[in-house]
Design a protein around this ligand. Structure first.
Ligand SMILES: NC(=O)c1ccc[n+]([C@@H]2O[C@H](COP(=O)([O-])OP(=O)(O)OC[C@H]3O[C@@H](n4cnc5c(N)ncnc54)[C@H](OP(=O)(O)O)[C@@H]3O)[C@@H](O)[C@H]2O)c1
Length: 317
């Protein structure tokens, strides 16, 4: 895997480093002061990383992530040096304080993302990872469905690489279009900020792409009656195996529930785009073998494994 240089050792830089190092990426941080409080803190919280000067970090990585205040971008991009051919992810938001509240400094006939694309000459620049707070970026687990993260950028050939990086953090990566769509993604980030700062939403709230029950999808229901494993064995196995489900485009979500009265009984619900997509797409695709490897020990303890079509009767608060 290519090394990722994260420029900025603050909230976002630290969160992204945590998420990516969990999925096996090698991270080097770029900082203007490698002995600053935040540079030393990031060494503590992101395992196996190091902090270098901005130019050194950018030079040794194929992927450069900008996680600095918007008004530092021009200096930071200059300090990066030659970015020709590199993948640059712009996680910044052009924010300014107005009447004690954070507002967009730019909009809506240009965007920070477009300005970064102009400044980072020769790089393939994408706007993403700017849309939710850092607490979501450091840990995308525990949501009913994967938090969504849009990606905007002009180079379609390199977009799959960006999607993979975003998905490695646990997000559902979604196409937003060319870089001009940063004009949508930056105000969209402002909506998240307003929700968290003004309207009491928790700071780990996330936006998701909801899919309507009963339309096309299918729910695979697997009931486990554990006899030779502990509940924790099963939970730990699915924590790991879930990664392969999240990477599979056929899978829309999953939830493992444990019986309160009989703790060795579990129901796993996996939502698939269709039975066909599950049985042919997923089962014959690249994500099934590593998934099966992790859950195979529990197969003898399955008491039901069937597909259910959602009906029109459904409600969620
Ligand atoms: N906070 C969020 O939840 C969130 C979510 C999405 C997007 N964003 C955007 O992401 C960016 C970073 O936000 P943040 O919350 O991580 O900010 P932060 O905690 O203040 O961290 C900013 C980092 O940038 C570094 N920096 C500033 N000027 C620099 C320069 N000239 N050269 C090198 N490094 C420099 C700072 O270094 P020092 O530590 O040495 O000062 C610090 O490590 C912002 O554009 C923000 O709008 C934030």
């Amino acid at each position: 895997m290519e090394t990722i240089a994260i420029i900025g050792t603050g909230n976002v830089g630290t969160a992204l480093g945590k998420g990516w190092s969990r999925s096996g990426h090698s991270i080097v941080y770029g900082a203007s002061d490698t002995r600053s409080k935040s540079a030393l803190a990031v060494l503590e919280s992101v395992s196996g990383t190091r902090v270098a000067g901005v130019a050194e970090a950018a030079n040794e990585a194929g992927i450069v992530v900008l996680a600095v205040p918007f008004d530092a971008l021009s200096d930071v991009i200059n300090a990066c040096g030659d970015l020709q051919g590199k993948l640059v992810l712009d996680a910044t938001n052009p924010l300014t304080f107005h009447d004690d509240s954070l507002e967009l400094a730019l909009g809506f006939s240009t965007s920070g993302g477009e300005q970064v694309a102009e400044m980072a000459v020769g790089a393939d620049v994408f706007k993403t990872l700017n849309q939710v707070g850092f607490a979501v970026m450091s840990d995308t687990s525990g949501y009913a469905s994967r938090p969504v993260m849009f990606v905007a950028g002009d180079n379609d050939r390199r977009k799959p690489d960006v999607f993979a990086l975003v998905e490695d953090l646990g997000f559902e990566a979604r196409e937003a279009g060319p870089m001009k769509a940063a004009r949508l993604l930056e105000p969209y980030a402002s909506l998240w900020i307003d929700q968290a700062l003004k309207f009491g939403a928790p700071t780990d709230n996330a936006f998701g792409m909801l899919r309507r029950n009963g339309e096309g999808g299918t729910v695979e229901c697997i009931r486990y009656e554990l006899t030779s494993h502990t509940p924790e064995d099963l939970i730990a196995a699915y924590e790991e195996a879930g990664r392969h489900l999240r990477e599979a485009p056929e899978c829309c979500g999953y939830q493992l529930t444990q019986c309160e009265e009989t703790p060795g009984r579990f129901i796993l619900r996996i939502c698939w785009t269709s039975s066909e997509a599950h049985l042919t797409g997923f089962r014959k695709g690249p994500h099934f073998p590593p998934f099966l490897e992790l859950v195979r020990p529990f197969v003898p303890e399955i008491s039901e494994m069937t597909h259910y079509s959602p009906t029109r009767v459904a409600w969620t608060r």
